[in-house]
Design a protein around this ligand. Structure first.
Ligand SMILES: Nc1ncnc2c1ncn2[C@@H]1O[C@H](COP(=O)(O)OP(=O)(O)OP(=O)(O)O)[C@@H](O)[C@H]1O
Length: 315
């Protein structure tokens, strides 16, 4: 579990993180989203004791990072995969980390196996491909078998296979009851990986919500509707009279927005109109997120009054 309470960080006159409170829970992959400069990396660095909050607090497993008796056993992180000493071999890099954290050699072999680096264990780190380097960073994060994993842009620059591998790994780590907190600008990937989302803008919390709820509540997808031809005119009039917008399609289903599928179904039933198809369609995470950060529409996914912040984001 990660708990941030009123976390605030200023650099000179610039407020990077602004009274940010959230909880990242075990058993889930939680995505951390926000436009460039929103304060994600700063927040992660404060969680990991690499930056000191100006005010507020953040704990991992109930303690601030500095008070953890064996940090690597509580929280594993990947902030910058390139921060490895390139002259060392893969195994030596991990052995060095293990030794300084009282972790046995056997665990090094386990994580090498887990991330698929056993065969290149004796190669120098600087010769690794980007994907391999990323795996090494993840091996280091997993070394202490920590309850919390924090990853900043772990899929940056990876190919499809590498991305899928990280997705499966993170999901399985969460399924084992670990807390997984990751940032990524790749929305399609985040949509597939994360169960929960924390969204920030200008250092402030914009949303703290389940992925499904975030998409469903803020989706502009609408509902696909088919009715028999002879009832189409009456159906359209009825829907529009109740505030719906109907996009007609002569051959396919209509797209109805402004009413939920339940409301459409109940209206049709009340007027004895037949329905042949009623399919909710949801926007992608990317569409919802882009819309949220580009419009001043009030966001309703767990934080009520984000109007001001979303306006700020587009200035
Ligand atoms: N060490 C620093 N000194 C001064 N300003 C900083 C420092 N670190 C971050 N900032 C500023 O704080 C703000 C938040 O930066 P941060 O890197 O945390 O955002 P981010 O959400 O991680 O962005 P990105 O998605 O681009 O990585 C930015 O305006 C950044 O310029």
């Amino acid at each position: 579990m990660i708990e941030a309470r009123e976390l605030t960080k200023r650099y000179g006159g610039k407020t990077a993180v602004d009274h940010l409170s959230f909880t990242v829970r075990p058993g889930l992959v939680t995505g951390f989203l926000g436009p460039n400069g929103a304060g994600k990396s700063t927040t992660m660095r404060m969680v990991l004791g690499l930056d000191t909050p100006c005010s507020g607090s953040v704990t991992v497993g109930g303690r601030s990072y500095g008070r953890l008796p064996a940090p690597l056993r509580t929280v594993g992180s990947l902030l910058d995969a390139k921060s490895v000493h390139g002259g060392r071999t893969v195994r030596k890099h991990l052995l060095g980390l293990a030794r300084s954290n009282a972790i046995g050699r056997r665990r090094v072999d386990e994580v090498l196996e887990l991330v698929g680096l056993t065969e290149v264990a004796d190669q120098r780190a600087k010769g690794l491909s980007l994907g391999m380097g990323q795996r090494l960073g993840i091996a280091a994060a997993l070394l202490g078998d920590p309850e919390v994993l924090i990853l900043d842009e772990p899929v940056n620059g990876l190919d499809t296979e590498g991305i899928r591998w990280i997705r499966d790994l993170l999901k399985s780590q969460a399924a084992q009851g670990r807390t997984v907190f990751l940032s990524s600008h790749l929305m399609s990937e985040m949509e597939l990986t994360a169960d929960h989302l924390i969204v920030i803008g200008r250092g402030k919390l914009l949303a703290d919500t389940r992925m499904r709820e975030f998409i469903e509540t803020n989706s502009q997808g609408g509902t696909l509707l088919r009715t028999p031809d002879e009832e189409a005119g009456r159906m359209r009039t009825l829907l529009e009279a109740h505030g719906a917008t109907v996009q007609m399609d002569a051959r396919g289903p209509w797209r109805v927005t402004g009413l939920t599928p339940v409301e459409i179904g109940e209206l049709a039933r009340g007027h004895q109109l037949a329905i042949h198809e009623l399919t909710p369609v949801f926007s992608s995470l990317e569409e919802v997120y882009t819309n949220m950060t580009q419009s001043s529409v009030e966001f309703r996914g767990g934080v009520q009054d984000a109007e001001h912040e979303t306006k700020e984001l587009v200035r």
